[in-house]
Every structure is written in C-alpha cells, then in structure tokens.
Design a protein around this ligand. Structure first.
Ligand code: 5GP
Ligand code: MG
Length: 182
C-alpha cells in the first residue's frame, strides 16, 4: 500500500497535535450542553474515533451515511440515508466530516438538520478544508487543516473505498489511481 503514495501532505504527528487542539476547543464550547456528535460515514470514521477520545464530555454519538463522490470527483448530488436522524430535538449537534470540498455535502446536511430535526444548534467540524472555489458557500466551525486543491486519501478518506486505513493524509501516484479506477 505505501508504494502507492506519491507524497504525504499531513503526517501522523501533525494530525495528533491538531486533534488535541480541536478537542480542547470543542470541550470548552460544549461543556454543560446536551451534546450530540453526528459522524458522516465512512469518511469521518477514523477522525471522529480519535477526536472523541480526547473530548471528556458525556456526549452521544450518532452516524449518518452520506455520499457524493465517485472516483476522484464530486457527483454533485448528495444522498442522505434518513434512518438515524431521530432524537436530535432540542440538542446541540456537531456534524463531523472528513473534508470540505465543494461544500455541497455539509450545506445539505446542515440544511436538512435545521429544517427537519428541531436541533437547538448545528455546528460543523472537518479535518480538512480544501482550498477550492466552493459550489455553495460554506465555512466549518472547527477545521483541522487547510489543504491545496488535490485529491487526497488516508486517515478515513478513500479512493473507491481503498486507502482509508493509511495513518496519514497523502496524494496517490497516478498508477494507483488507474489500478483502482473501478
Ligand atoms: P463536498 O460535498 O464538500 O464536495 O465533498 C465532501 C465529500 O467529498 C467528503 O466527505 C469526501 O467524501 C469527498 N471528498 C472531497 N474531496 C476529497 C478528496 O480529496 N479525497 C477524498 N478521498 N474524498 C474527497
Ligand atoms: Mg465522505
């Protein structure tokens, strides 16, 4: 797997340091609140697992499967599986996702929660914020790292479901992109 890496953008040490900083802010902001974390799957799986173990609050964790990407490009359509979105009424919800790119996913999920769940507040936390022109305007409340406009994998982020288990954020070699294109 490691031979498929072109370059590492963010290494394990940098991720751990930044997660501790974000976790501290989240802990301060949500102390004493009825706090629910909504993890968008599969991309945020590893991020949310590491992050929440640094947040010593009696939070609840729910997850939601959302998809918009196929291969290395955004399809433009965001699908939400609506099964797990009960019980948010009156609660402070923090949505956690892997990466903010076109903005469509978080814009859609935040809109859906505000319109349909009665959540007291809805905020967002992303590991990565890609430096691109958004399709819809969106800023996250908590951001790990700004990255350049490149397709990245690792630490939860996939290429056609592969490479999520890389412990760092990296760019793939083009031959790996062709090999796993379907
Ligand atoms: P958006 O809806 O903001 O365009 O994209 C958000 C979703 O697209 C992310 O949750 C992620 O699944 C996917 N995505 C966007 N950029 C990348 C990337 O560089 N690498 C990977 N693996 N997924 C990405
Ligand atoms: Mg995703």
């Amino acid at each position: 797997m490691f031979e498929d890496i072109d370059r590492i953008l963010i290494n394990e040490g940098a991720i751990a340091t930044r997660l501790a900083e974000i976790a501290q802010k989240i802990t301060q902001d949500y102390t004493g609140r009825d706090f629910i974390v909504l993890s968008l799957l599969n991309g945020s799986l590893i991020f949310v697992a590491d992050l929440l173990r640094l947040v010593p609050l009696p939070l609840r964790l729910v997850s939601l499967r959302v998809s918009s990407y196929t291969g290395t490009g955004s399809s433009g359509e965001v699908t939400i599986a609506k099964d797990r979105l009960t019980g948010l009424d009156g609660r402070d919800v923090l949505i956690v996702d892997d990466i903010l790119d076109s903005g469509r996913t978080l814009h859609r999920v935040v809109g859906h929660l505000r319109e349909n769940t009665g959540a007291a507040s809805v905020k967002t936390c992303v590991l990565l914020d890609k430096n691109v022109q958004r399709a819809v305007p969106f800023n996250a409340d908590y951001t790990g790292f700004q990255i350049p406009d490149a397709f990245v994998v690792g630490y939860g982020l996939d290429y056609n479901e592969r490479y999520r288990n890389l412990p760092f954020i990296a760019v793939l070699k083009s031959d790996a992109i062709s090999r796993y294109s379907h």
